[in-house]
Ligand binder design. Structure first.
Ligand SMILES: [Zn+2]
Length: 370
């Protein structure tokens, strides 16, 4: 019986920690209301969590009268997690603290090789970033990897990656190199974790990078599908008998909405395309108009299927804020079921989203260990 009570206490404290972590900062009354705990119980748990050095007061809220409510946050330097985003031509490394703040980030031009030499180089980049921030190896709790492909996280296998041109690759070589827990997840799922963590319980993430992918977030959790293949939005057909996709089908969204479409038209990288667009290059304007029309079709299809927020990310997502009005007009033309486009959100973490999202699992696991 006593053991049972202790377990309930522990689980409640973990719930509170995770809630504070998700909110960034919150108040005791908000914890009590949202987690349906009585105020005296909440006060007791908060006191214990503060005494254990897991949370701290980080300011106070404006008050309309009476005492100002204190803002509570998770203590930041309890530990750190590295996030590593592997793509064909780049490596992105972030260092995140227990408050889920990015304390350091670096992006390198580095071609994927997948051999031991490559793995060692990645490992060095991670440890050198930690060293720069004076984070000791003891404080590094884990490494989360983001891969552009279909991942079986439990078996630690990269089942297939079109971009990297590989299939059935074991990812178990990483752990002996780092000597700390390593986890693996699909890049769009990682980005979705980053962008949707403090969003509503349900949302769909659409990743617009060199391939088009996505993730479905349902009741606060990723919906992986039964074969790790959910949310392959890039292979939804948006044009019957359209152009041929790398998957072999015709008219897939990937052919029309990937960042590669814009890069090709811009005859350079994505920045070159947007530079020409800002200069109102006629040919580029035409490509952009078509791109936005096709993207609007995708967005509206997803809205019809899921009836929740649609978050846009990936390489192109990083540029969309600037062209929001044009995109909104195209969406409104397509969608006769919603009065406005407030359900369309643009991701905040841009090029860091997948690396950042890859760290989430380790930080949440850390809260389970209190
Ligand atoms: Zn396809």
């Amino acid at each position: 019986m006593r053991a049972n009570i202790l377990e309930i206490k522990k689980q409640n404290k973990i719930r509170i920690l995770k809630y504070i972590s998700r909110k960034g900062s919150t108040s005791k009354s908000e914890i009590s209301t949202e987690l349906k705990l009585s105020m005296p119980t909440t006060l007791q748990y908060v006191k214990e969590l503060m005494e254990s050095g897991l949370i701290e007061e980080t300011g106070s809220y404006e008050s309309t009268g009476g005492r100002k409510a204190k803002a509570l946050s998770v203590v930041g330097d309890l530990g750190y997690v590295a996030g590593v985003d592997i793509t064909a031509n780049h490596l992105t490394v972030v260092l995140v603290n227990t408050r889920k703040e990015i304390v350091a980030a670096e992006r390198f031009r580095m071609c994927y090789a997948g051999d031991m030499e490559y793995n060692r180089a990645v490992c060095e980049k991670v440890f050198s970033l930690a060293e720069q921030k004076e984070v000791s190896r003891e404080k590094l709790m884990g490494v989360g990897f983001s891969y552009p492909g279909i991942i079986d996280s439990d078996q630690e296998i990269l089942l297939r990656s079109h971009i990297l041109g590989i299939s059935n690759v074991s990812l178990r070589n990483w752990k002996p190199l780092f000597q700390i827990p390593c986890s693996f997840e699909n890049d769009a799922n990682c980005a979705a974790c980053a962008e949707l963590d403090d969003a509503s319980e349900n949302a769909v993430y659409l990743s617009l990078s060199n391939t088009v992918g996505g993730a479905v977030y349902m009741h606060g959790q990723l919906f992986p599908g039964e074969n790790h293949k959910s949310a392959e939005f890039g292979h939804m057909v948006i044009k019957k008998d359209g152009k041929t996709c790398y998957c072999g089908k015709k008219g897939c969204a990937d052919v029309y909405c990937s960042a590669a479409v814009l890069q090709k038209a811009g005859e350079g990288n994505l920045e070159d395309f947007f530079e020409k667009l800002r200069r109102k290059d006629e040919k580029i304007l035409e490509v952009w108009n078509d791109y936005l029309e096709d993207l609007a079709v995708m967005i509206v299809n997803l809205r019809m299927a899921f009836d929740c927020d649609i978050v846009l990310g990936g390489y192109v997502g990083g540029y969309l804020e600037e062209f929001r009005t044009e995109l909104d007009l195209k969406i409104l033309e397509q969608n006769k079921f919603d009065l406005d486009t407030s359900y369309v959100k643009i991701g905040r973490y841009k090029l860091l989203s997948s690396a950042y999202g890859a760290t989430r699992k380790h930080i949440d696991s850390f809260f389970e260990t209190i």
